[in-house]
Design a protein around this ligand. Sequence first.
Ligand code: ADP
Length: 457
Amino acid sequence: MRVLFVTPECAPLVKAGGLGDVSASLPLALRRLGHEVDVLLPGYSDALAKVGALQDEERCAHLGFEARLRRAEALLFLDCAPLYARGGGPYQDPGGHDWPDNALRFGFLSRVAADLGARYDVVHCNDWPAALTPAFAHAEKTLLTIHNLAFQGNYEPSWLARLGLSDAMFTMERLEFHGRVSFLKAGLVYSATLNTVSPTYAREIQSPEHGCGLDGLLRARASALTGILNGIDADVWDPARDPHLAARYNIEDLQAKARNKQQLQRRLNLEVNADCPLLGFVGRLTHQKGADLIAAAAAELVGLNSQLAVLGRGERDIEAALSAVAARHPGRVAVAIAFDEPLAHLIEAGADVFLMPSRFEPCGLNQMYSQRYGTPPVARATGGLVDTVIDGETGFLFERAEGSALAAAVRRALAVWREPGRWREIQRAGMQRDFSWRGAARQYADLYSRLAKARVS
Ligand code: ADP
């Protein structure tokens, strides 16, 4: 199959979260199965500067902009300086505010993807920034993957004309959503096939509780919607080979893990003490990730004689609450407000327990990394966390999205941690699991063939 994979992120060039990792690993795994996959992404200036030689391809002009497609192997960059040559992140300016022209930046990406789609068997769109593609063209060969239903790309109706879409599309059956133009809804309506990144989340989003207002539409499209669990990049996330660690280790020999704990404690100015259980968290400091629950439970967690290491960036009030907790508990709680890939690896390796108290979680990657690193997760029983953590065997699950429920689950984990023999079993059971992309890539390839077959028949 020839596949055009359309995405706003691709690690390590540009990554705001899990989609960046997926956009790097999944195309690679599909190529290993013999498929040809081109990845189309905006030509952010930072990303272009990071890749080496670029080969100029054709020019394209749409919506009043001219762009040049530039290729670095299988990566196709949409180089359009007025839209993508700026500092900051893929979606936000350096101050953390959404770029005011995001509708145009990603509308343009989708418009060009729709043009290029003619040359491919499948157009695989990812999340709202690519979701307008099938509204322009090639709906019958489009797969839309929902990585997070909460990000929808909803804009004022005046954007409709600016994006070159007809007024006739502005109805409740198509892309109108509460009086606005919704990129994600367009993708959900027009794409021939839909999937999300775990079986549990695929079910959850069909309910009002997790449906973000789109559950009715998702129920109507249930026969086109599946859940495929993300994999992880087992080369990048391998404690036996990870260059960011103070010491490398494997399932046979977990001794060296302790050196990473020591290094992490030193690096974050925590008391260097092997007997203090160290709880780690890496991720967006948002309500979704339950980062506020960590702040709420912090005093209780510290009371369990444990230490807490938090790395992330996100909502200002949560950042502030966590920083205040750190200030109250010097040497016991450390909070790094940053995006720091090497530190993320060190936390996965150096912590004893990994926290993932998400309110909802489409798939989640960190709980898979942590199992691979012998750092059992304490996670909320939601979405992909249910599908990847086996309670009592590879980690610990809890139900209620409350600080006290998180603390109770940590208590349960630490009771086992104090029995080294049993803890080793849990560590080993997690480390043995196969979270590689192989299985997921096959399932995506199956969806692609079904799409192709449906078109022929
Ligand atoms: P998301 O909902 O943010 O996509 P995932 O768990 O699917 O959550 O993926 C998050 C990815 O981003 C992981 O690879 C995680 O390690 C990484 N990440 C998140 N925040 C940070 C940070 N502050 N520093 C380094 N890596 C981070």
